[in-house]
Design a protein around this ligand. Structure first.
Ligand code: G6Q
Length: 551
């Protein structure tokens, strides 16, 4: 087998000219407070704000100046970012270690656009599946699709894990406002039986449709839950024939779907050029489409597409995902930032940080370059977060006054979807206040001026100089959600190109899976084979066996 090659030979990161210049410049900027940067430049807020596609992106409260941005843009150029973007859109096999094209952008390409993988225009296939999904969603939403006993389907249970779950869960929550409220949507991912039991305990099997989402149709958790779902359904429905009306599969593996007993007429396909964590706008999003309807789903896709086009065609200096990605590289490399906090001030986005964790960390948590060389710099940061204002009453203390350096992304909206009284003003006042407090802090003099006794002054001082981006949009629509997700997808892409890593593989999840397969039979009572692990693992397994035997 030939060794796959990176699509372009790029100098190692530390040898790129802009990198050395950035190192020197960052050393200077590390000594300058944001208060100073704002005082020196009255135009700063406008200079470092971009507005595109209905997103107002203020990155002025970052520890940067014009030169830092210019150098970061040079770094992007020296890293071949333009070439890599084109390569992705052209269907080149930029997922080098899996020898695959990376074409989630094709999932949201409008009819008529041409995007090729292995010489085949994939856009018509994408639209054929979308049309089939729309037909299915309409039949379910209208009550036309009946269960085995003739009852209307009222409950959708989507079964999947990782990339086949996090997107649908997040999108359902994010777009709940637009969802069909006389239907119930549940999601089962964990192999912990509690997940399945809690998701189904109050559902009537006659009115329940399971969507089994698995690209491979071999994933342990999903297949275990799918079999449990089948038993659960058959307990009430009695008849194997019922499966056809109560189970749908979303997969690339037709043979396994048929083997499971789902009619392949009830199967929605996708393709190996769609990575799991980039699949929520493929058929994996069927539950989303049923919840919000095909029109809203298509609006979401058009939002994704608008951001794809922006990323592909906008000069880097005004390109939202490029700037956002470069800022992550900047802090990661030169400010020792280990994490990025994503703080949506929008309750409907409560699962957005969890979704981003996979998107960002599975993509860029890599330790070797595309050539297989160990990196000598930091790669993907830890992404985490919670909606505001809740987070303010738990972990913001550490962001404001702790010893860690944590760049934040604040996300807020001008209009609430559910306007009540002055809630939205209260919510948004907090976004603006938090970003202001982080950047400018409160000096000891200011604390003293408020009459604070000297012994308390240090405690009440806010050093400030803590960076954030603010992303402000009109309101959370399906289209806006698409733009927001694609913004982060392409930011991740930008980071990966600079670091020269494969953002589209995930070998790091393999070892644990293999070891678990080995341990599963060792936990069965009765056979109890001799254990050949390390002493700690042996002892844990033995203790588990003893506990299990005792019960
Ligand atoms: C995502 C990963 C991973 C994957 C799950 C589920 O990019 O590949 O999270 O989505 O392991 O895999 P299946 O869809 O094959 O069940």
């Amino acid at each position: 087998m030939t060794t796959p090659q990176p699509i372009q030979t790029i100098a190692p990161l530390r040898e790129r000219k802009a990198w050395t210049a950035l190192e020197e410049h960052a050393a200077k900027l590390r000594g300058i407070h944001l208060r100073q940067l704002f005082a020196d430049d009255p135009e700063r807020a406008t200079r470092f704000t971009l507005e595109a596609l209905g997103l107002y992106f203020d990155y002025s409260k970052n520890r940067i100046d014009g030169e830092a941005i210019a150098l970061l843009l040079e770094l992007a150029a020296q890293s071949g970012l333009r070439h890599h973007i084109d390569a992705m859109f052209e269907g080149k096999k930029i997922n080098v270690t899996e020898k695959r094209s990376v074409l989630h952008v094709a999932l949201r390409a409008p009819k008529g656009e041409k995007i090729f993988s292995d010489g085949v225009d994939v856009v018509p296939e994408v639209h054929a599946v979308l049309d089939k999904m729309a037909d299915c969603a309409d039949r379910i939403r209208s009550g036309d699709w009946k269960g085995h006993t003739g009852k209307r389907i009222r409950n959708i249970v989507s079964v999947g894990i990782g990339g086949s779950d996090l997107g649908p869960v997040m999108a359902y929550e994010a777009l709940k406002y637009y969802s069909q409220r006389d239907m119930t949507f549940r999601f089962v991912s964990n192999v912990d039986g509690a997940d399945f039991v809690e998701a189904t305990r109050d559902l009537n099997a006659e009115e329940t449709l399971f969507i089994i989402c698995s690209k491979t149709f071999t994933t342990l958790e999903t297949m275990t839950n799918a079999h449990t779902a089948r038993e659960w359904a058959l307990k009430t429905l009695g008849d194997e024939k019922a499966i056809a009306r109560h189970f749908i599969a979303v997969s690339t593996n037709a043979a396994k779907v048929a083997e499971f007993g789902i009619d392949t007429a009830n199967m929605f396909g996708f393709w190996d050029w769609v990575g799991g964590r980039y699949s929520m706008d493929s058929a994996i999003g069927l539950s989303t489409m049923i919840a919000v309807g095909p029109d809203h789903f298509r609006e979401m896709l058009s939002g994704f597409h608008a951001m794809d086009e922006h990323f592909r065609a906008t000069p880097f200096e005004s390109n939202l995902p490029v700037i956002m990605g470069l800022l992550v590289v900047w802090y990661n490399a030169f400010f020792d930032a280990q994490t990025v906090a994503v703080l949506p001030y929008e309750q409907y986005l409560k699962r957005f940080p969890a979704y981003l964790q996979q998107l960002t960390m599975e993509s860029n948590g890599k330790h070797v370059t595309l050539d297989g060389v160990e990196v000598d710099y930091q790669t993907g940061p830890i992404y985490w977060g919670e909606p505001g204002t809740n987070g303010q009453h738990s972990f913001y203390q550490l962001i404001h006054q702790g010893t860690k350096f944590i760049p934040c992304d604040f996300i807020g909206f001008v209009h609430a979807l559910d306007p009540i009284g002055n809630h939205q003003d209260l919510l948004m006042a907090n976004v603006f206040a938090q970003a202001e407090a982080l950047a400018f802090g409160k000096t000891p003099e200011e604390v003293r001026a408020g009459g604070t006794p000297e012994w308390l002054v240090r405690h009440k001082t806010f050093e400030g100089n803590r960076p954030s981006n603010a992303i402000l949009a009109d309101r959370l629509t399906p289209e806006l959600l698409g733009k927001l997700i694609a913004l982060y997808e392409h930011s991740v892409f930008t980071q990966g190109v600079i670091w020269q890593i494969d953002s589209f593989d995930q070998w790091g999840v393999e070892l644990g899976k293999v070891l678990a397969e080995r341990i599963i039979p060792e936990l069965a009572l009765g056979s109890e084979p001799a254990l050949k692990h390390d002493t700690s693992t042996n002892a844990l397994i033995e203790r588990y066996r003893r506990g299990k035997g005792a019960v």
